[in-house]
Design a protein around this ligand. Structure first.
Ligand SMILES: [Mn+2]
Length: 241
C-alpha cells in the first residue's frame, strides 16, 4: 500500500489486434468461438475501453453475418470499443449499417483518418484505416493536433521500420513519426508479437496476437495513471478463472 495514489489507473485499456477471424489455418477461429474470450478478459480486468487495432478478420470476404456477430457482441458488452481496419479486413466494416452501430462502438472508416471523442473517458482517439496496403500508405501520417481532452490515443496498423530489410514494405511507420506523435499512447497492430517500439514521449506498443501460431499469444493491458506513468503489460487469454 506504499503507492496509494497510483493504485487505480485513470484509464485502463484492453488493446488487441490481429485476431484474424476466419483465417485459413484454424476453422475454430470464428467470432462466436473466440471473441467471447476478449469480452471475458475486458470484463474480468474491468477495463474502460477496448481497442481492436486491425486485422480483426483475416479476409475482407468474411461473411457479413460474422461481421454483424462481432458488432452485436460489442454492442452487448457495453464498453466503448474502437475498431480500426487493417490490411486484411480493409473495407469489411463498410457493410455495417448505421443502425447497427451502438453508442459505444467507434469504427474508424474515414480514409484520411478519423478522430472520435469519448467524453465519459475524457478521451480522444484517432486512427486511419488501411484501405491501400502499399509503400505509399503511412498509417501515422496526418495525426491531428492534440485535442483538449485529458487523454489522446492514436491507433495504427502498420510496420515500424526497425530493420533495413523492411525499407520497401507497405504501411510503414517511421521512427520520426513515433517521435513526433503528441499523444499518450500509440496502439499498434500488424506485428503479431508483443513489443515496445516507443521512440518519443508517447509510449508505443504492439500488443501481439491473442491466439494463432505466435508464442506466447498476448493481448496488452494499458494502464494510464497520469501522463508520466503509463504501464503496458502483456497478458495471455483466456484468463484463468
Ligand atoms: Mn496486418
Amino acid at each position: 500500500m506504499n503507492n496509494t495514489k497510483n493504485e487505480i489507473p485513470s484509464l485502463k485499456i484492453l488493446h488487441t489486434s490481429d485476431l484474424h477471424f476466419l483465417g485459413d489455418d484454424d476453422e475454430n477461429n470464428t467470432v462466436e468461438n473466440k471473441f467471447p474470450i476478449i469480452v471475458d478478459a475486458a470484463e474480468k480486468l474491468d477495463v474502460d475501453l477496448l481497442i481492436l487495432a486491425g486485422d480483426i478478420f483475416d479476409t475482407h470476404r468474411a461473411p457479413v453475418e460474422q461481421v454483424h456477430e462481432l458488432i452485436d457482441q460489442i454492442n452487448i458488452m457495453n464498453k466503448p470499443c474502437i475498431i480500426l481496419p487493417g490490411n486484411h479486413d480493409g473495407r469489411i466494416f463498410d457493410q455495417v449499417p448505421d443502425e447497427k452501430i451502438g453508442n459505444n462502438l467507434f469504427m474508424i472508416r474515414e480514409e484520411s483518418g478519423e478522430i472520435f471523442k469519448i467524453p465519459s473517458l475524457d478521451l480522444s482517439i484517432w486512427g486511419k484505416p488501411t484501405y491501400k496496403h502499399t509503400p505509399e500508405f503511412k498509417p501515422l501520417e496526418g495525426i491531428p493536433k492534440r485535442p483538449a481532452s485529458k487523454w489522446f490515443i492514436v491507433v495504427a496498423h502498420g510496420l515500424v521500420l526497425d530493420s533495413p530489410h523492411f525499407a520497401d514494405r507497405s504501411s510503414l511507420i517511421h521512427y520520426e513519426e513515433l517521435q513526433n506523435a503528441d499523444c499518450d499512447y500509440i496502439a499498434l497492430g500488424h506485428v503479431d508479437v508483443f513489443k515496445e517500439v516507443t521512440q518519443g514521449k508517447s509510449k508505443a506498443y504492439y500488443c501481439g496476437a491473442p491466439w494463432g501460431p505466435v508464442t506466447p499469444p498476448t493481448i496488452a493491458i494499458v494502464s494510464l495513471y497520469d501522463e508520466e506513468n503509463i504501464k503496458v503489460e502483456p497478458i495471455t487469454v483466456p484468463l484463468s478463472p
